[in-house]
Design a protein around this ligand. Structure first.
Ligand code: 6PG
Length: 500
């Protein structure tokens, strides 16, 4: 055993020693809060002995001192870390996505051997994961990009985990990840999503849906705040009530907590003290960029990203404040009825956002050659992750009933929901528009829904315009082929190949 390895405290259950002195069956590199919590979660599961390494040794020592019960095997260099790990060595990198990830991969690749497994548990861009997996494949080392959702709390108590990577890596990794994942309906919230970057792609879409969900909730709050006399504390109770029904979800639950919070400094509701400029680490932007490239409309997610951007342009908002428009007040004759309308509009818009997200996963799988089981993704999102919600059971049911369903919205359960929510959804979007209250995710989701339903779309006119100025041709409803009108000539129509 390398002199740089501190042998594990004798935990209740020590991993079988393979005779090489290697005590640990899993290792974690990067011991910031997420990494430390994940290491603690791993160590708390029977059969796991966890090797830990951090560039700054103090953090390693702090973790061991704070959690002697975990039986960590501390390593103070990569050689020691490798020596501490049973083969096939398996290490999870929990460092800031980007160059730091590459540096750790290189360091591990130098001390790992063919068959070993390096897992990137950060929020890496899936194309980086594809590149990294391809680059390291020649060494025989398995590289796995794994989305890990649930924040610091989830890392400790049970996240939803979305690993990609090879089938070979999954043989070793599967049992370890199943031992730490959240459990929903008796099933661990982890599945082998698909090869190479599939896991990080699905995590990216998860984050995009998260943005949409958060924006829709924020719009619901804003409309109720404007349309009723309710303040944050009362609206918190409305959300708490909604969380006991079909909208039950982590984001609805924490929204009630945020709205209940009173600012200690001023005594005002905290939400009224927080600056209304939203930040973003960028995963929602990736979702929209990639969905655009895949030709998938993710209007709810895109409007959520745009809303964060708009909110973060105070210089424009400052000068636009005097633009003509209604006073952004909303008077409703029946507050209780309006609140129920908003709840139904939120539910309908949420279904649209999730449907669009799953469309993007399907399109990504086709583009990158992954075989992704959409029903399995819905299942592992039922627990542990930020978008965990009761209604993901309905999505997994829908895909179980019809795996190749062209669009989730047509699943019978959701058709029934849209039947119930229709009128309310339209009343709420109309009320927002009429009173000048921005509701971009609500209204874009309704327009997407109506676009899908429409028998004829004005895209026909767009095709005519494109043909007029760019001779881009168009197809006809009544016959096959591509056509062009001689707009600057006798306006006769020719076949795209020039024949009349
Ligand atoms: C999760 C979250 C997390 C997310 C951060 C930052 O699944 O645990 O999605 O990974 O990236 O909360 O999110 P922002 O992009 O909003 O900064």
């Amino acid at each position: 055993m390398s002199e740089n390895v501190v042998p594990a405290q004798q935990p209740a259950q020590t991993a079988p020693d393979t005779g090489t002195g290697a005590a640990a069956n899993i290792g974690v590199v990067g011991l910031a809060v997420m990494g430390s919590n994940l290491a603690r979660n791993l160590a708390s599961r029977e059969g796991n002995t966890v090797a830990v390494y951090n560039r700054s040794h103090e953090r390693t020592d702090q973790l061991l001192a704070a959690h002697p019960e975990a039986g960590f095997v501390a390593a103070y260099d990569y050689a020691g870390f490798a020596a501490a790990l049973q083969k096939p060595r398996t290490a999870i990198i929990m460092v800031q996505a980007g160059r730091a990830t590459d540096a750790v991969i290189d360091a591990l690749a130098a001390v790992f051997e063919p068959g070993d497994i390096i897992v990137d548990g950060g929020n890496a861009l899936f194309t980086d994961t594809i590149r990294r997996e391809r680059a390291i494949r020649a060494t025989g080392i398995n590289f796995v990009g794994a989305g890990i959702s649930g924040g610091e709390e989830g890392a400790l108590t049970g996240p939803s985990i979305m690993p990609g990577g090879s089938d070979e890596s999954w043989v070793t990794l599967g049992p370890i990840l199943r031992s730490i994942a959240a459990v929903a309906e008796g099933e661990p919230c982890v599945t082998h999503v698909g090869h190479d970057g599939a896991g990080h792609f699905v995590k990216m879409i998860h984050n995009g849906i998260e943005y949409a969900d958060m924006q829709l909730i924020a719009e619901a709050y804003d409309l109720i705040r404007h349309g009723t006399g309710a303040g944050p504390a009362q609206i918190a109770e409305i959300f708490a009530e909604w969380n006991r029904g079909e909208l039950e979800s982590y984001l609805i639950e924490i929204t009630a907590e945020v709205l209940r919070q009173v600012d200690a400094r001023t005594g005002a509701p905290l939400v009224d003290v927080i600056l209304d400029e939203a930040g973003s680490k960028g995963t929602g932007v990736w979702t929209v960029q990639n969905a655009l490239g895949l030709g998938v409309p993710v209007s709810g997610i895109a409007e959520a990203v745009f809303a964060r951007s708009l909110s973060s342009h105070p210089e424009q908002r400052q000068v636009a404040g005097d633009l003509p428009g209604p006073a952004q007040t909303l008077t409703v004759p029946d507050e209780a009825a309006f609140i129920e309308d908003v709840r139904l509009a939120l539910y309908a818009s949420k279904i649209v956002a999730y449907s669009q997200g799953f469309d993007a996963i399907r399109a990504g799988a086709m583009e990158y050659g992954w075989r992704i089981d959409l029903g399995a993704i819905a299942k592992i999102w039922r627990g542990g992750c930020i978008i965990r919600a009761q209604f993901l059971n309905r999505i997994s049911d829908a895909y179980a009933a019809e795996p190749d369903m062209p669009v989730l919205l047509t699943a019978p359960y959701f058709v029934e929901a849209f039947t119930r929510a229709q009128s309310a959804w339209r009343r709420v979007v109309a009320a927002a528009a009429g009173s000048g209250i921005p509701a971009p995710a609500f209204s874009s989701s309704l327009s997407y829904y109506d676009g899908l339903r429409a028998e004829r779309l004005p895209a026909a006119l767009v095709q005519g315009q494109r043909d007029f100025f760019g001779a881009h041709t168009y197809r006809r409803r009544d016959m096959a082929g591509a056509f062009h009108t001689l707009w600057s000539g006798d306006r006769s129509e020719i076949e795209a190949d020039g024949t009349h």
